[in-house]
Structure formats: structure tokens, C-alpha cells
Design a protein around this ligand. Structure first.
Ligand code: AHM
Ligand code: MG
Length: 336
């Protein structure tokens, strides 16, 4: 009832996932345990991000990651937290992190059947000015009883069992899909629990926002340039779209999921494969988009059909509302 000030029957993320898994009689709770460890990592990172300004945790750790960027202390910390949380779950066998050049193979005594690909702290260039950042993850499973090999994570995104992100923003929001829709949970800091606040998220069929780094416009290809031109100067009498670009993928995708519209990180002359990484950025977000009723397109194919050849591979990506992605697909098709 609207009159109830306090909600007394709380759907925590653990309860939600246990409910979902109970639909599968063969489930032994392994996935719930794994997810609990991911959630723990997110709570830790959330608390560290919130304290960053105070604790002087931000700043350089004197290390460089494989993409050659200076690494912030919080990236290092977050990576360590997730690696340790995932190994100690006893349910993982291969871990791929944006921060580590090589995949981590979990030692046999601590092994489970899940492979987790993740970006522990995406958008870290935004840390120093307090803009939202996030963790992105995707989960695969190895073939029953087989020795884990790198090929187990070099699979198309459509083979993921689950994907999600946690956004460290004005509130801490965890968005998850296990392949049956998308649900959003908000951290209640006083309880230390993620509570279901956004059940069954569906992206609007068409949106009024486009989101892209326009500073790269001089290097864009024809279809991307045409599309953005259309957003600003529509010729069919429709109103022009608004531009919103945070430069933090989790925050830009979160807004796109809730309000609709399109997010683009296209190829350009300087970066023919775009910027975003297939395994732990493009795939999880594409998985969520499709599960919410939207689309994800690489400029050539459905994003989730891509088969990566190496763990840090990049791809152009266009994702968001169904109708908006349909338009960019038509422009690329006309190009061929
Ligand atoms: P990062 O993994 O180094 O943080 O880079 C990924 C981020 C994404 O969060 C965001 O969508 C993109 O880089 C923004 O790139 P740009 O600054 O080129 O617009
Ligand atoms: Mg990243």
C-alpha cells in the first residue's frame, strides 16, 4: 500500500537470484555463491570510491596497465578485490580482467565451472572529479568436466550466462541479467544490501538522446557521420535529439537503458576497431541491451555474435533503443 512508509518485505539481490535459480531443479546454488562474491567486491569498491577523496586513495600507483595508461590506485585496488573475491568463491576457473594482460587460471583446488570477464573499475579517468564510474562483468561456463582453456572465454557474447554492471554514482546501482530480462538493485548503505528497485527494466523502443564522443567526428566513417547529422538536423520533421555524453560507459549505458536512445563508440580512422573492449565492455552491455528489448550492433553484425580472437580485443559498438539502432543498421547496410 502507498500508505506504508517502511517496506517490510525486501527483495535483496541474493533472495532474487536464489528464487530465479530455484526454477532450475539441477541448480546447486553455485551461481548464487559466485554472484554473492561479485556483489561483495562491488560493495567494497563502492565504499572505497566513496572515500576516495577523503582517504587520498586517488592518485597514481606508479604502475601502467596494458593499454599504456597510468593506473590509478583505485583501479589496482578494485582489480585485487575482484580477483580475490572470485577465486575465494571456489566457483571460478578462468578470470579475465581489463587490468591484467594475461587471463588468470584458478589453481585446481579452488576451481569451479564459471569463467568471469570483467572491468573492475571502468571510466577511471573520471575518478578525480567525482563522476560516476563502474564495474562491468560477464559470466561464461566451461564444458562439463573439461580442463579450462583460453577458448572457454573466447566465445561469442550470446553464450554468456549472465552479465551486469555496478555503477558507483549518487547511489550504488547493480544491474543484472541472467538471460531472463534485466533487473536493477540499489544498495541500501544502512543494510549493506542491494534491494530490487528496478524490476524488469525495458528500454524505450525509441529514444530522444544520442551519446557519443563528438570530438572524434573528423575521423568518423560515412554512416556514423550521417547518423549523428540526422540526430541534429532530422529531415523527416521529427525533433532533434539531445546529446548526453559522460565518458563513463556504465553511466552512459545506465541512462540509455532507463531513458532510451543510443550510445555509440564507432570505429574511426585513428582507431579502426573503436575503443571499447569486446569481452568485458561490449559483450556485457550488449547482453543487457538485448535482454531489455534493445539492440547492439558492431557496424557489421549483431554484437553478441562476435567471436573474439584475443581477450583484450576491441570493437566498434552501437547500442540502445530498438528503433534507433535499426536506423544506424540501415545506414551501414546502404554503404555496402
Ligand atoms: P577505460 O576502460 O580506460 O576507463 O576506458 C573506457 C571508457 C568508457 O567508460 C567510456 O565509454 C569511454 O572510455 C570513453 O572514451 P573517450 O574518452 O574516448 O570518449
Ligand atoms: Mg574500461
Amino acid at each position: 500500500h502507498a500508505a506504508d512508509v517502511h517496506k517490510t518485505d525486501l527483495m535483496t539481490i541474493t533472495r532474487f537470484v536464489l528464487n530465479e535459480q530455484s526454477k532450475y531443479p539441477e541448480s546447486r546454488g553455485d551461481f548464487s555463491i559466485l554472484l554473492n562474491h561479485i556483489v561483495l567486491g562491488c560493495k567494497f569498491v563502492c565504499s572505497a570510491v566513496n572515500k576516495a577523496g577523503l582517504a587520498k586513495l586517488i592518485g597514481l600507483a606508479g604502475e601502467t596497465n596494458i593499454q599504456g595508461e597510468e593506473q590509478k590506485k583505485l583501479d589496482v585496488l578494485s582489480n585485487e578485490v575482484f580477483i580475490k573475491a572470485l577465486i575465494s568463491s571456489g566457483r571460478t576457473c578462468i578470470l579475465v580482467s581489463e587490468e591484467d594482460e594475461e587471463a588468470t587460471f584458478v589453481e585446481p583446488s579452488k576451481r569451479g565451472k564459471y569463467c568471469v570477464v570483467f572491468d573492475p573499475l571502468d571510466g577511471s579517468s573520471n575518478i578525480d572529479c567525482g563522476v560516476s564510474i563502474g564495474t562491468i562483468f560477464g559470466i561464461y561456463m566451461i564444458k562439463d568436466g573439461s580442463e579450462p582453456v583460453l577458448e572457454d572465454v573466447l566465445q561469442p557474447g550470446k553464450n554468456m550466462l549472465a552479465a551486469g554492471y555496478c555503477m558507483y554514482g549518487s547511489s550504488c546501482t547493480f544491474v543484472l541479467s541472467t538471460g531472463t530480462g534485466v533487473n536493477g538493485f540499489t544498495l541500501d548503505p544502512s543494510l549493506g544490501e542491494f534491494i530490487l528497485t528496478h524490476p524488469d527494466i525495458k528500454i524505450p523502443k525509441k529514444g530522444k538522446i544520442y551519446s557519443v564522443n563528438e570530438g572524434n567526428a573528423k575521423n568518423w566513417d560515412g554512416p556514423t557521420a550521417k547518423y549523428v547529422e540526422k540526430c541534429k538536423f532530422p529531415k523527416d520533421g521529427s525533433s532533434s535529439k539531445s546529446l548526453r555524453y559522460i565518458g563513463s560507459m556504465v553511466a552512459d549505458i545506465h541512462r540509455t537503458l532507463l531513458y532510451g536512445g543510443i550510445f555509440l563508440y564507432p570505429a574511426d580512422k585513428k582507431s579502426p576497431n573503436g575503443k571499447l573492449r569486446v569481452l568485458y565492455e561490449v559483450f556485457p552491455m550488449s547482453f543487457l541491451m538485448e535482454q531489455a528489448g534493445g539492440q547492439a550492433f558492431t557496424g557489421k553484425h549483431r554484437a553478441l555474435d562476435l567471436v573474439p580472437n584475443n581477450i583484450h580485443e576491441r570493437s566498434p559498438i552501437f547500442l540502445g533503443s530498438y528503433d534507433d539502432v535499426e536506423e544506424i543498421k540501415a545506414l551501414y547496410a546502404a554503404e555496402e
